[in-house]
Ligand binder design. Structure first.
Ligand SMILES: C[S@@+](CC[C@H](N)C(=O)[O-])C[C@H]1O[C@@H](n2cnc3c(N)ncnc32)[C@H](O)[C@@H]1O
Length: 221
């Protein structure tokens, strides 16, 4: 079993790793042989959208899930505090030899098209009346934290946006791992996605977490 990164952040500003984060780590551990095989021969761009504390990106780097000499890691978050936390977590776990850059942006808005080989997203998936507005200043800590959780109608507002952009984000043999909760109606969403894009979508892992059921699906062309 691969080690889990040590994380020490201010959880009034940044999402605290929880069952969803740990399910993603388990999925990536399960997928490591596949990922190593698929991306061993060339430079691989790994992008985590919504890196929060940085636990997932650090896990990938710390355990060489994509061999270090072959990979560039990009951690994206809309919350500026999350980017600082991600860099701190990487440092705390001695990942200085990995290439990591952090970018504050909305989803993939300033990424070049078709460059990402491995995309990971644990989105704000909790159903809510709406997705909160982006705070006007860095200091509004609680409001940044709301953006980590609240996913609008069916908890799908942000995930839907990303799904519509997958074709544009991923490299030709790229793969995305995206987390859903049962209230997102993942089976229905995936059926619709398959029909619209003709991609392969597979359930990697599912787990009951309290009263919530969480699942991670992989998406490839
Ligand atoms: C559920 S948390 C996941 C954090 C971390 N990846 C983990 O698994 O513990 C969702 C993260 O997505 C970020 N986020 C929300 N909306 C975003 C957007 N439109 N673009 C980029 N990041 C976003 C939040 O700030 C938060 O850090």
């Amino acid at each position: 079993m691969l080690p889990t990164p040590y994380v020490k952040c201010d959880y009034t500003k940044v999402y605290e790793p929880a069952e969803d984060s740990f399910l993603l780590l388990d999925c990536l551990e399960k997928e490591q042989d596949f990922l190593k095989q698929r991306f061993s021969c060339r430079l691989t761009i790994v992008c985590e959208i919504g890196s929060g504390s940085g636990i997932v990106t650090t896990f990938l780097m710390q355990n060489g899930i994509i061999p270090q000499e072959n990979s560039i890691h990009l951690a994206v978050d809309i919350n500026p505090w999350a980017l600082e936390a991600t860099l701190d977590t990487a440092k705390l776990n001695s990942c200085q030899n990995s290439f990591l850059d952090v970018i504050q942006m909305d989803l993939n808005s300033s990424l070049r098209n078709n460059q990402v080989d491995v995309l990971i997203f644990n989105p704000p998936y909790v159903p809510a009346e709406c997705v909160p507005d982006v705070p006007g200043s860095r200091e509004e800590a609680d409001q940044w934290l709301d953006l980590a959780l609240l996913g609008g109608k069916d908890g799908m507002a942000i995930t839907d946006k990303l799904l519509q952009k997958l074709e544009q984000i991923l490299s030709p043999d790229g793969i995305a791992y995206i987390l859903f909760c049962a209230r997102n109606n993942p089976e229905k969403v995936i059926q619709k996605f398959r029909k619209a894009y003709g991609w392969n979508v597979k359930l990697v892992e599912t787990r009951k977490a309290g009263w919530e059921v969480l699942s991670v699906y992989s998406f490839t062309r």
